[in-house]
Design a protein around this ligand. Sequence first.
Ligand code: SF4
Ligand code: SF4
Length: 385
Amino acid sequence: MPADDRMADGAHDPVVHDPAVDGERIMRICNACRYCEGYCAVFPAMERRLRFTRGDLDYLANLCHNCGECYYACQYSPPHEFDVNVPRRFAEIRAQTYRQYAWPASLAAMFDRNGLAVSLVLVVILVLAMVVATLVLGNGLIAAPPDPSGDFYRFIPHGVMVGLFGSVSIFVVLALVMGFIRFWRDMGETFTDFTRPDALWSALRDVLKLEYLDGKGAGCTYPGEERSQARRWFHHLTFYGFALCFAATVAGTIYHYALGWKAPYGYLSLPVVLGTLGGIGLLIGPAGLLWLQLRRDPETGDARQLGMDVAFIVLLVAASLTGLLLLAFRETSVCGLLLVIHLAVVMALFLTLPYGKFVHGIYRSAALVRYALEKSRPMPNVSLE
Ligand code: SF4
Ligand code: SF4
């Protein structure tokens, strides 16, 4: 269904609570007030418009990083009758965005009860992996003789691992790209503009620095009204941990195919050092984000998304923990068992990437590119008079 039709559906039915309809109401109030215009990118973007299409609301909602600052500052927040709660309404709109742009559409339902869905995927893959590994390896799975070389491929051949994870990665990338294309198109931007280097560079800088979580040096109001840099630092650890693990995979691929150096690699080799540092980041960062998440002010979030947030964080922690354990015990007799568990967790993480919290990174980055494009254009004539 086209984006604006989705909003119109809710607008014509007074019984249906549509966050986008209420989001538009709130944006009209904010546009008249403009007290929060220095807090984040949302308010300057809002001020460029007088009307808010569904695509605009998806854009603004994904530009919001849910810090809560405008809620604490607002004279119209509950219990005021205007009931202005930007962070919560935008969190609800973001959830609609995730569902709307999911590809294939038949899997969009995974966002509804995401915590349960992700847990089921994990359990099914784990059980399947254990059954197949037991059938193939027999006693060797749990009682293989220790091997000082720490060679993983004595349990699962390199070609099988590459085939399995390669095909899943292609599907995951395709699903994420399709979601991005539809989101970008509904925001009303051209794909030519998306490739503008100045806009891409500006958005990349914001993402790498987490510019808006910095609060101009004071931090953001998360998990409560007190300002803190904690969320930004835990987010950095998670993001760069993920990036380092990816870099470790790329380095391993270059070693294997370009240089002809076969795994296992030494503890001081580039793939292992990158993977270890990434794994540590992915342990501390997500654990810290979970700690903050559980202490956050319930007024500024959408409680229905807690399962999705927690499921993603738990998978990240499980993937890094099992990866580090595998590295530590790769020369022992439990190597095979740890390898199967680690690969099952990573597979569950990969498969659920396009249907969980990870998509936030895609849509938020796209919104930041659009924000950079808008900033480079002359201010439209949107006088409130
Ligand atoms: S959130 Fe409240 S204080 Fe901030 S711009 Fe909107 S109406 Fe004004
Ligand atoms: S919650 Fe934070 S990021 Fe979102 S609109 Fe308010 S101030 Fe901006």
